[in-house]
Write a protein that binds this ligand. Structure first.
Ligand code: URA
Length: 228
């Protein structure tokens, strides 16, 4: 049970003061009954505002297809941000939504967006070893021995002391590959290929754990249902 005005403001609908005004104006219902007081304790799933149920009252999780060219930060200084692609209300939630990890500005593909702290932790903790799958285009030809080199757990990234964990490289064309990694080091995919003398020209993430893009176009998002 949650206090009605706190609930509406924490889900980004309005301030607590505006919530009180909405209650007074009869715009809020608990089930079929018009809410009477903003401090009423309510079951969030029964509340409607202007006839609409509240969005993701137990925490929000969405899949976004990040287009290349936008950044995963909140500050506008480095170009358009992924947050401009999302409903403004999501940023007014408390806590606000955030991306689970980040993709480089020029990387496209799957990003999880959530306000559920445990999901961020589960997906980014090294111990969880969540698989992330990338489609990669390179500036040079891929040699078959690279498959074993990537799988060896011996690739060292410049400036780091520990080698990368084994990664699965599938060569899909002369200059294209699919790479599956379970870590999330800074610019990891680009740096793994750089360690082998190859420059990544295009990078696109298709999967993160059990989540896929499922036909989302760049810039589109979909809400993840409970139980998915
Ligand atoms: N590895 C990279 O180099 N860049 C990304 O955006 C993600 C993984």
């Amino acid at each position: 049970m949650r206090r009605l005005d706190q609930l509406l403001s924490s889900l980004g609908y309005c301030s607590r003061r505006e919530a009180a005004a909405a209650v007074k104006a009869g715009r809020v219902r608990i089930g079929a009954v018009v809410a009477k007081r903003p401090d009423e304790k309510v079951d969030p799933r029964l509340v409607t505002l202007d006839g609409e149920v509240l969005e993701a009252p137990d925490g929000l999780l969405a899949v976004l297809h990040k287009p290349a060219g936008c950044v995963c930060t909140h500050s506008e200084g480095e170009g358009p941000t992924i947050y401009a692609l999302l409903p403004p209300r999501w940023l007014n939630r408390n806590p606000p939504v955030t991306s689970v990890g980040r993709l480089d500005k020029e990387t496209s593909g799957l990003l999880l967006i959530t306000d559920i702290g445990s999901i961020v932790h589960e997906h980014t903790s090294p111990r969880a070893a969540v698989e992330k799958v990338y489609e990669v285009e390179l500036d040079g030809d891929l040699r078959p021995p690279l498959v074993e080199i990537f799988a060896s757990g011996r690739i060292m990234l410049r400036g780091e002391e520990k080698p990368c964990l084994p990664a699965r490289l599938e060569i899909t064309g002369p200059r294209t590959a699919r790479l599956t990694i379970t870590e999330g080091r800074y610019h990891q995919v680009r740096r793994m290929f750089a360690s082998q003398g190859l420059h990544v020209e295009r990078l696109h993430r298709t999967r993160c754990g059990g989540f896929t893009l499922d036909g989302l176009q760049p810039g589109e998002w979909r809400m993840v249902g409970a139980g998915e």
